[in-house]
Write a protein that binds this ligand. Structure first.
Ligand SMILES: Cc1cc2nc3c(=O)[nH]c(=O)nc-3n(C[C@H](O)[C@H](O)[C@H](O)COP(=O)(O)OP(=O)(O)OC[C@H]3O[C@@H](n4cnc5c(N)ncnc54)[C@H](O)[C@@H]3O)c2cc1C
Length: 292
C-alpha cells in the first residue's frame, strides 16, 4: 500500500528504519530485530541505500523480502550519488518488478573524503530532480528528507526550506526529518513549512541513543545538535553503554510523548538495526503492555 494512503487513514504512523548489514551474521541479527519489532505493527519500515549504490542489491532484496515474506509495508531509500539516470532507472525498474510501492528519494552525502557533492554526468544534482524523474516515469509514492535544523550545506534555514518545497512541488507525498534532540526545532520547522505552503505530513525522525561516541559521530555528520545539558549527562555516561542507552530511552520517550501530544503525525525511528530501545519506548508510551 502506498504510504500516502497509510498516512491518510487517520491514526498515528510509526515506522522503523534499518540499514543493510555487510555480513551474513549481520543479516541474521537484522532478521531477529525485525521479528522482535514486528509485533509493534509498524505502519511501514524503510531500508537505507549505501553511498554510491554500494548496497543496491541488498536494499532492493531486503525491502522485497520484508514486504512479501514478512507482510510489512516497506520502502527503499534511493540516492543520486554516483548514479546516472540510466543507473537509477535500473534500480527503479527492479523495484517495480518486485512490486514495491514506496521510495524515499534522497540526494546522498558526498563520498568519503570529498568536500562537496558533485553530480556525475547524466546524473542528478538535487533530490527534487530525482523526485520529478520518479513522478514522471513511475507509479511510486515518494517521500523526501527534511532538516529541522537546516541541511549542513544550506546557507540558511529559509533557503533550505525553499529547497524542501521544491521536492514537495515535484511530487513528494511526505517528509521524514533528520534526527533532532530538541523538539523546538521540529515545531519551528513545521510552522515554517506550513507558512511556506508545504501541506504534506512531516514525520519526525527520532534516534534512540546506543552509545555516546556513536551519537556524537552521527550528529557531527548530519549537523544536528545535542542540547548541552543532555550532552553533559551523556558524557558522564561515556564508559557505560547500558546506562547511556537507558538514558537515551528516557529522553527519546519524553521527546516522542511531547511530539505526539502536540500534533506530530507519528514517529520514524532510526533503529540502528536494534530492537530494544524502540520496544522500550513503545512500552513507555503505553502502546504495548509492559513485559513480564
Ligand atoms: C530520512 C532520511 C533518510 C536518509 N537516507 C539516506 C540513505 O538511505 N542513504 C544516504 O546515503 N543518505 C541518506 N540520508 C542522508 C542524505 O542523503 C543527506 O542528508 C544528503 O546530504 C542530502 O540529501 P537530500 O535528499 O536532503 O538532498 P537535497 O534535497 O538535494 O538537498 C541537499 C542540499 O542542497 C540544497 N538544495 C536542494 N535542492 C536544491 C536545488 N534545486 N537547488 C539548489 N540547492 C538545492 C539543500 O538546501 C541542501 O542544502 C537520509 C537523510 C534523511 C533525513
Amino acid at each position: 500500500m502506498i504510504i500516502k494512503d497509510l498516512l491518510r487513514q487517520g491514526g498515528l504512523s510509526f515506522s522503523f528504519e534499518f540499514f543493510p548489514p555487510t555480513t551474513s551474521a549481520g543479516f541474521d541479527a537484522l532478521y531477529a530485530t525485525i521479528g522482535e519489532l514486528q509485533p509493534l505493527n509498524p505502519t511501514f519500515v524503510s531500508v537505507t541505500y549505501g553511498a554510491g549504490g554500494s548496497t543496491r542489491r541488498k536494499t532492493v532484496d531486503l525491502v522485497a523480502k520484508i514486504k512479501h515474506e514478512l507482510g510489512l509495508e516497506s520502502m527503499a531509500h534511493l540516492t543520486c550519488v554516483g548514479a546516472t539516470q540510466a543507473d537509477l532507472r535500473e534500480v527503479l525498474d527492479e523495484l517495480v518488478e518486485k512490486k514495491m510501492e514506496n521510495v524515499l528519494a534522497v540526494r546522498g552525502d558526498p563520498p568519503r573524503g570529498a568536500a562537496r557533492f558533485e553530480p556525475i554526468p547524466g546524473g542528478f544534482s538535487h533530490a527534487n530532480e530525482l523526485v520529478a524523474y520518479i513522478r514522471a516515469n513511475y507509479p511510486f509514492c515518494t517521500g523526501v528528507a527534511g532538516y529541522p535544523e537546516g541541511h549542513r550545506e544550506a546557507p540558511d534555514l529559509s533557503t533550505d526550506l525553499e529547497n524542501l518545497k521544491r521536492k514537495v512541488d515535484a511530487g513528494a507525498a511526505f517528509v521524514i526529518t533528520q534526527l533532532f534532540f530538541d523538539n523546538r526545532y521540529y515545531f519551528d520547522f513545521l510552522d515554517r513549512a506550513t507558512a511556506s505552503g508545504i501541506r504534506v505530513p512531516i514525520i519526525p525522525g527520532i534516534m534512540p541513543i546506543l552509545n555516546v561516541a556513536q551519537v556524537k559521530r552521527f550528529t557531527q555528520l548530519c549537523g544536528a545538535t545535542i542540547p548541552s545539558p543532555f550532552l553533559a549527562q551523556l558524557e558522564a555516561l561515556d564508559d557505560d553503554d547500558d546506562a547511556a542507552q537507558q538514558y537515551g530511552i528516557e529522553r527519546a520517550t519524553q521527546q516522542c510523548r511531547n511530539l505526539l501530544a502536540n500534533g506530530a503525525p507519528g514517529i520514524h525511528f532510526y533503529t540502528l538495526n536494534r530492537s530494544r530501545s524502540t520496544w522500550k519506548i513503545f512500552e513507555n508510551l503505553k502502546m504495548i503492555a509492559p513485559a513480564g
